[in-house]
Write a protein that binds this ligand. Structure first.
Ligand code: ASN
Length: 312
């Protein structure tokens, strides 16, 4: 099987001054994941590494750069899933951790459970020797500024809830195993303790070698109502292509519950797609040593991996 990786940097509206940063961030993440796959590494390692790279990048709403809750704190959700055996691990409402996706993987591999939340997730991190970092280290000047503005009387919270930037990855490795990973700071100004789709199996992501893998982004409450990631795979099981399945599921979410979002998909035969009902979604993929990426509907740039590595 030829390896494939697809990553996203969130669906929503990307501010003009953030476009360049988002573009280079998704390209870097896709190339990182692909280099693992090329060396014979697993889909699971590839999606984890790709997501870590975007969690560490302040341009995205995950890890450092996460949006803030109503109290001005960062609370994050993340999930990872292995399509080989349907194992998955997740953390929700976790604070003071640089890379929630690494913690989610440890939940999957080192516990009997699938989801640890809040304080329990931090206790587990401690037991796993994952260091806690001061919460402020995850807060960028920009996220602080935007959060403070929301406190002004004439602010528009609905508008601010459109902040995108959740990150995710799906991959298939040369053994034909698929995996997904998703990580987010959630929605800005969310209530303390709010958990979104990104920590929930089937909504924020799903991976099954029998069909493929999906990572999602968008309005979490809508995505949980339609169990978006699993819905895409269901349509593929019924015979749809990844693209048709993604569009059908996103359209259902829009008409049934009025929610917008985006998905990245890889099928168990290595077909992929990146689709969204929002104005933008940053995405990138590498297959056959060719990198493709875009942000707006219909936008797709192509370059060879060698060229992309050279210009990094
Ligand atoms: N931007 C996002 O994708 C947000 C995330 N889906 C959430 O609702 O927590």
């Amino acid at each position: 099987m030829k390896p494939v990786i697809v990553v996203h940097g969130g669906a929503g509206s990307i501010f003009k001054d953030r476009e360049e940063g988002a573009r280079s961030g998704i390209i870097r993440a896709a190339l990182k994941g692909y280099s693992i796959l090329k060396q014979g590494g697993s889909a699971l390692d590839a999606v984890e590494d790709a997501v870590v790279s975007m969690e560490d990048d302040p341009h995205f709403n995950a890890g450092c750069g996460s949006v803030l809750n109503e109290k001005g704190e960062v609370e994050m959700d993340a999930i990872i899933m292995d399509g080989k055996n349907l194992a998955s691990g997740a953390v929700s409402a976790v604070k003071c951790i640089a890379n929630p996706i690494m913690l989610a993987r440890l939940v999957m591999e080192k516990t009997e459970h699938m989801l640890l939340t809040d304080h329990g997730a931090n206790l587990f991190a401690k037991a796993m020797n994952i260091p806690e970092i001061p919460g402020e280290k995850l807060i960028t000047e920009r996220s602080w500024e935007r959060w403070s503005k929301k406190l002004e009387a004439d602010s528009n919270p609905q508008e601010d809830k459109k902040e995108s930037g959740t990150v995710g990855a799906v991959a298939i490795d040369n053994e034909g195993n698929v995996a997904c990973a998703t990580s987010t700071g959630g929605l800005s100004n969310k209530l303390v303790g709010r958990v979104g789709d990104s920590a929930c199996i089937g909504s924020g992501g799903y991976a099954d070698n029998h069909v493929g893998a999906v990572s999602t982004t968008g309005h979490g409450e809508s995505m949980m109502k339609v169990v978006l990631a699993r819905l895409v795979l269901y349509h593929m099981e019924q015979g749809m292509t990844p693209e048709k399945a993604a569009d059908t599921a996103l359209n259902y979410m829009k008409t049934r519950v009025g929610g917008l979002g985006g998905v990245i998909v890889v099928s168990n035969s290595g077909d992929w797609t990146a689709r969204f009902s929002t104005k933008q979604m940053s995405w990138a993929t590498v297959k056959d040593d060719w990198l493709q990426y875009g942000i707006y509907t219909g936008e797709m740039h192509t370059s060879s991996v060698a060229e992309a590595l050279g210009s990094k």
